[in-house]
Write a protein that binds this ligand. Sequence first.
Ligand SMILES: Nc1nc2c(ncn2[C@@H]2O[C@H](COP(=O)(O)OP(=O)(O)OP(=O)(O)O)[C@@H](O)[C@H]2O)c(=O)[nH]1
Ligand SMILES: [Mg+2]
Length: 452
Amino acid sequence: MAFEGLAERLQGTIQKIKGKGLVTEQDVKAMMREVRLALIEADVNLKVVKEFVKKVSERAVGTEVMKSLTPGQQVIKIVQDELTSLMGGEQSPIKFNTKPPTVIMMVGLQGAGKTTTTGKLANVLRKKYNRKPLLVAADIYRPAAIQQLETLGKQLSIPVFALGTDVSPVEIARQALEHAKEEHHDVVIIDTAGRLHIDEELMDELKNIKALKEPDEVFLVVDAMTGQDAVNVAQSFNETIGITGVVLTKLDGDTRGGAALSIRAVTEKPIKFVGMGEKMDALEPFHPERMASRILGMGDVLSLIEKAQANVDMEKAKELEQKFMSQSFTLDDFVEQLQAVKKMGPLEDMLKMLPGANKIKGLDNVKVDEKQMGRVEAIIYSMTPAEKTHPEIMNASRKKRIAQGSGTSVQEVNRLLKQFEDMKKMMKQMTGMTQGKGKKKMKLPGLDSLFK
Ligand SMILES: Nc1nc2c(ncn2[C@@H]2O[C@H](COP(=O)(O)OP(=O)(O)OP(=O)(O)O)[C@@H](O)[C@H]2O)c(=O)[nH]1
Ligand SMILES: [Mg+2]
């Protein structure tokens, strides 16, 4: 997996500060030393590392941390924030021309993935944006290049404009733009030739294509595996011909991450897409904040905490914990808790934000049964107050009445009562442990980690 080394090191570092109730300048210094090393080892541009460390250090010893009730968490949030803004902050969308066709030019060194990305991008444009793209084969130097694009076009059923290898790339592009107008293509993607190194001839050719009609996007395609080189290439391309965005390919490989973390800061141009494989559906929009949390191994746990804090009444949570401990937890409380959880949004979305969720295969197929939750609520609402506080009075006729009232079955009522009993038994064991030995106060799993 990409970023593995960096992720491991950063996660180890932040783990140390996570639970701290007091964060001193010394703590921050020690942490930042490790962060600096981790970034350098991941091949992040030195200047970028310096800036990053400076920014985080300044914020981490500032009032926002000192005043916070959870300083450790706060420092981690700062690291995540700054990592996100280092990669551009917001996701940067494709810029479309209000007067079609939108022209997108693909540029980059040999083997970076221009032709492959041209196909993938056309696929995205058609599927997600409902566009009618035209692909242009403007690489006349490698005869197989035209064929490669034509093969992709056929595979995707997207037309490719080609004039062979005897017409100049500029002329091909010019005719392609005319053709696109006639055929009502609303996006034109021009696949250009790559070179081993940046040379003047290539740059001139690209400039001439660019001069035909100012493209709406000039995407520089770079191979993430080349680390610092990718950053240098991006800088040169940006200075000589001007780019509007970057596509970082081969992020499915085990890149150290340097390119992803430095390109934006060095060129001030956003990474718009990332290539995650050779197949035509392996192109994803680049989300800086998701990438940051992925690197920090936290899934999107910070937004999860924010969500919890926004939706859960802390007083209520304490009260519930108290009830758990004294075993006066009733079915009413149970419903209340279900509702608190529901307020936080779809459960499957929350699951995906959990740390390590990216490692769980098949999470996309998980469907949390919210209908089931609704049935549980209906059952409890159909009970009388006495039944809710003393479920032991439940007999066959009461169960039947409840099942009818809630539109469920006696079996379902039984199942719920059994679950509730099991839960109470578990609570009894837990409180027995804490009160009996009186040594360590045991907290509720889950709740505890949310509110630390
Ligand atoms: N694993 C992986 N391979 C990729 C990705 N993008 C491109 N490739 C592979 O990289 C190789 C080069 O891709 P091309 O699209 O031909 O690169 P190019 O920039 O057009 O190369 P030239 O036309 O020679 O300059 C091919 O084998 C692609 O399958 C990616 O995101 N992940
Ligand atoms: Mg190519």
